[in-house]
Design a protein around this ligand. Structure first.
Ligand code: FMN
Length: 324
């Protein structure tokens, strides 16, 4: 897949997820086969004024390339300034979020609220395209609700304004994250534009990812909740797509090793106080794939440092326990 001048090795991408797609998780996903990576959504107002927290969310390392930095906002000039910061920070792509269903954003007329106004999206995309030299992509939903499918019109406006690709989360804003994604909407969008189309929603296994590409004709598929605790989905999807057979599931030891890498990365990235606060959630996603999840869940709350966490992982993710 070609996004402007950036070549993406294969169609299996990591979907942006708030609180999840931080640098350590992105790096692990890349090592386990994700083609394109993306940060979580960051407010353009914070990015444009170079707020410290926003800049931290825009940390990116060379090993993550190609990675997109995602911003949201409604003011073209502010979005353009934020996009310049994304480019400065070393991202290969800037992704514009017109999909977020969070009430606070919708009330400000941002994120998914803009899906009712394709011309406004076209103006924002045009301003950002003028401001940066990296490719500009956008993430959208099918429309404000199931009765209004505006994604075709939105994507055409963005294409005319110079967008390099469009990524459709195949649910409406009103659906948020509930219910099955509407894959046929991705197929319809693919027919409506000539820029590359990526899509996401309800992809939980390598078989789903391959079926998504075949049924929709999309150029790429972004995996959301399906990769939490199971980033091997990228590698297995690619194998299944290219050869018809996916490699075996990881052993418990391999799962433990990957989890340890992620958590050590979070300690470096966030510092120990925040990393410890995140520990139960981050590791429970992985622990669900090995036996005795309940015991793990109880023990994780007693962990107070990295050494104790290493011991718990060695105990729990050991050879011989069958994968779930
Ligand atoms: C916890 C969570 C946080 C998310 N945060 C973002 C975000 O910051 N930006 C964005 O464009 N999409 C975000 N999404 C949507 C995902 O990128 C993706 O489109 C969606 O999860 C696909 O559906 P699936 O989880 O059913 O596969 C988020 C999804 C979840 C579950």
């Amino acid at each position: 897949m070609q996004l402007g001048r950036i070549r993406i090795a294969h169609p299996f991408a990591l979907a942006p997820m708030e609180e999840h797609t931080n640098p350590p998780f992105r790096l692990l996903s890349r090592q386990l086969g994700a083609g394109l990576l993306c940060t979580e959504r960051i407010d353009s107002a914070d990015v444009a004024k170079r707020d410290r927290r926003a800049l931290k969310l825009l940390d990116v390392s060379p090993g993550e390339s190609p990675c997109a930095g995602q911003i949201s906002g409604v003011d073209p000039a502010e979005m353009a300034e934020a996009a310049r910061v994304v480019e400065e920070r070393g991202f290969a792509i800037v992704d514009l979020n017109f999909e977020c269903p969070i009430r606070r954003l919708i009330q400000r007329g941002e994120g998914g609220a803009l899906l009712g106004d394709p011309a406004a999206i076209g103006r924002i995309v045009a301003a950002v395209v003028r401001a940066v030299s990296i490719p500009v992509t956008l993430k959208i939903r099918t429309g404000p609700d199931e009765s209004q499918e505006t994604c075709g019109e939105v994507a055409r406006a963005a294409e005319q304004s110079g967008a390099a690709a469009v990524d459709l989360h195949a649910r409406s804003v009103r659906q948020a994250y509930v219910g099955e994604a509407d894959w046929p909407a991705v197929a319809r969008l693919k027919q409506a534009v000539s820029i590359p189309v990526l899509g996401s929603g309800s992809v939980r296994s390598p078989a789903d990812a391959v079926r998504f590409l075949r049924e929709t004709g999309a150029d790429g598929v972004a995996v959301g909740r399906g990769c939490l605790g199971n980033p091997w989905i990228f590698k297995q999807s690619r194998e299944l797509f290219q050869t018809g057979v996916a490699s075996r599931d990881p052993t418990p030891t391999e799962r433990g090793r990957a989890l340890l890498q992620l958590v050590e990365g979070e300690f470096r990235y966030y510092g120990s106080t925040v990393a410890l606060r995140r520990l139960a959630r981050t590791s429970c996603y992985f622990a669900k794939f090995v036996p005795n999840f309940d015991t793990f869940k109880r023990s994780i709350h007693e962990v107070r440092d990295l050494a104790a966490f290493r011991r718990l992982v060695a105990e729990h993710f050991r050879p011989g326990s069958a994968t779930g």
